[in-house]
Design a protein. Structure first.
Length: 283
């Protein structure tokens, strides 16, 4: 069933530019298990990059699609078309014996090992004792095609919050104490960072050089930078980490290094985060 429609109006009749623009209607739907599997699996691969094989993605995609009344897809050609964006949530305690959730828990614990306080917090939540406690962690899966506008994300989060509330009203197991969010990043190599720093230090008569941030979020994932970064107000912990299976770079290789970012958001900050997200990326 269609949830809402959001129109991206790129056509300005008063614009005499030669650039050809089109209007796209983004429609929000409940997940469709009969159609969404392949596109969902591609989005999971895009999220986890070269570490994707560590997560039992076939089982993870099936688990996400087993909750057709929770989560949102964004499509442009009706419910039978492929999703271009997907947002859903999984209770890591309820599904702790599932192969993909075991892999996810082991992954974040391993990646946080060098971050003492975050690792201790995750261990208390996702370790053997934590998984038997009443503190439930939600894994939020959020991914979209790289050319999808960031403005489609806040409505998806608003709908997710509503669906979690409705599920709790029905006594379903979606009462969370924490939300775990993973995203991907692109990072400057050491050589690139050094070159930029050297360039920025050179005097310029034309303009003052400004260094870009060392991490560049992929596909417009600026929401994580603005709202969930260490400078933000919502994530208790934020950690950037290297991928496990990333191939070594050749000396003359071109481009940025890929990495990941995990964020742990306490439940009491979740709704405020969503509200501010909507304000920051209003259509």
């Amino acid at each position: 069933m269609s949830k809402r429609k959001q129109t991206k109006d790129d056509d300005d009749e008063g614009n005499n530019s030669d650039v050809s623009l089109i209007d796209v209607d983004f429609e929000f739907f409940d997940p469709n298990p009969a159609v969404d599997y392949l596109a969902l699996k591609r989005l999971l691969i895009q999220l986890f990059q070269s570490d994707a094989d560590l997560f039992a993605l076939h089982e993870l995609a099936d688990l996400i699609l087993s909750q057709p009344l929770l989560g949102t897809t964004v499509k442009t050609d009706g419910i039978e078309s492929d999703p271009y964006a997907y947002l859903s949530v999984l209770n890591m305690h309820v599904h702790q014996s599932h192969a993909s959730i075991k892999a996810l828990a082991n992954y974040v614990l391993a990646k946080s090992a060098a971050h003492t306080t975050l690792h201790a917090a995750l261990q208390a939540l996702l370790g053997p004792a934590g998984l038997q406690s009443s503190n439930h962690v939600a894994f939020i899966f959020s991914e979209r095609l790289i050319n999808m506008p960031v403005q489609v994300v806040p409505p998806m989060y608003r709908m997710l919050a509503d669906e979690i509330k409705w599920a709790n009203d029905e006594k379903e197991p979606y009462t969370f104490t924490h939300y775990l969010i993973l995203t991907r990043t692109y990072r400057l190599t050491s050589a690139q960072a050094a070159e930029l720093e050297e360039s920025a230090q050179r005097p310029s008569k034309r303009h003052k050089n400004k260094l870009p941030p060392p991490y560049i979020n992929a596909g417009g994932q600026r929401i994580c930078d603005v709202l969930l970064s260490p400078r933000g107000r919502y994530a208790t912990f934020t950690l950037d980490y290297p991928l496990t299976t990333q191939a070594p770079r050749e000396e003359d290789a071109f481009g940025l290094d890929m990495g990941g970012r995990m964020m742990l958001v306490p439940a009491e900050s979740f709704q405020t985060m969503i509200d501010d997200m909507g304000a920051a990326y209003a259509v």
